[in-house]
Design a binder for this molecule. Structure first.
Ligand code: GLY
Length: 347
């Protein structure tokens, strides 16, 4: 089993191993004295994995409750959050009990925020079941729900007590959803670790444990140095400013997050090459890697319509936009640009 320890407050372990789901109970028992464990999951994941986790938790001596909500981004909202609070109250869940997020990013974000806020905060464990959530959202303590006005508007930094990554859960993903995570892995390759690109090209599932471990190792380093996202952590947003604009332009229908990130990385890097900020070889490698992995490198949305949407990104500071530029493969830098210079960067 591969283990990484994230030194935040509190610190916690991430275990990565095929078949880990059926051992969830014993690992969770090691980090808590909770009597009740509440599995929070969605109706796509529950039929696949809830029973295995339930049984494992019961075998480890937990009293188990399960809250299931409809899958999809629309569920990451205050209505489902309130329904979860009501469920926890009805079941008599106390501050010394524990939530277990079993699913992808929506499940993790919603459960994490419920854990951060229920009775002023209770422990939670992440069991991410998509590649995207295994390499990104399950690590680092960002939790949130969406409002009508935008994604992740209400949230908190609340670190899990343990993260259990079982790559076997990726076998049930559609190719499309798997690719979402692959795009984030490509991002890690370009910002910090070129070896990840080699492993992806050699075979995603063949090298999956190594890929997940390397991606999380980068996230660990970054989150430990900048837990609350004021500096270095922004490098994790490489390609994301444009990606958010692309997702929004197509009303979150045409491009999944990962595909939008792939296009976003290409657009910012193409502009950076033109401005002399990125070597052309980096851009060429990016196009080649994304194409080989079956990820898109462009979309038909006009850039002049995407850029104003970037300016509405919630991560934008009042004085400008932080853009992340790839340098050599495996290196990047954060550059702060006033809005007018940001637009000019793409001319
Ligand atoms: N997903 C980016 C971060 O956790 O900062």
């Amino acid at each position: 089993m591969r283990t990484l320890t994230i030194q935040t407050s509190p610190s916690y372990n991430i275990f990565i191993q095929k078949g880990l789901l059926s051992k969830a109970g014993e690992h969770i028992r090691d980090i808590t004295t909770a009597k009740t464990a509440v599995i929070v999951t969605d109706d796509a994941v529950a039929p696949l994995y809830a029973k295995t986790v339930q049984k494992s938790l019961q075998n480890a001596g937990f009293f188990v409750e399960t809250f299931v909500f409809p899958h999809g981004e629309e569920s990451k909202c205050h209505k489902v959050l309130i329904a979860l609070y009501d469920f926890l109250l009805q079941k008599g869940v106390t501050r010394s009990d524990l939530l277990v997020a079993l699913g992808g990013g929506v499940v993790g974000d919603l459960t994490g925020f419920a854990a951060a806020s229920y009775m002023r905060g209770i422990d939670f464990v992440m069991i991410p079941t998509t590649l995207l959530s295994q390499v990104d959202s399950s690590v680092g303590g960002k939790t949130a729900v969406n409002l009508q006005e935008g994604k992740n508007i209400v949230g908190a930094f609340w670190q899990p007590r343990l993260v259990l990554c079982d790559p076997d859960t990726l076998l049930s993903l559609s190719e499309d959803i798997l690719k979402d995570g692959v795009a984030e892995c490509v991002k890690y390759g370009f910002i910090r670790d070129e070896k990840i690109l080699d492993l992806l090209l050699d075979g995603v599932m063949k090298n999956i444990e190594e890929i997940i471990t390397r991606c999380i190792a980068i996230k660990k380093q970054v989150v430990e140095r900048d837990e609350h996202d004021h500096g270095e952590r922004m490098i994790l947003n490489f390609g994301h400013t444009l990606a958010h604009a692309i997702e929004r332009y197509y009303h979150y229908q045409t491009y999944t997050h990962g595909k939008a990130v792939a296009i976003g990385m290409v657009y910012i890097t193409r502009a950076a090459v033109k401005q002399g900020a990125t070597p052309k070889e980096t851009f060429d490698k990016m196009l080649a890697v994304l194409a080989a992995l079956g990820l898109p490198t462009s979309c038909d949305a006009p850039l002049e319509e995407l850029l104003p949407l970037c300016a509405r990104d919630k991560k934008r500071e009042t004085s400008g936009i932080n853009i992340i530029l790839a340098k050599q493969v495996g290196q990047c830098e954060i550059v702060k640009k006033p809005l007018n210079e940001f637009y000019a960067f793409f001319q």
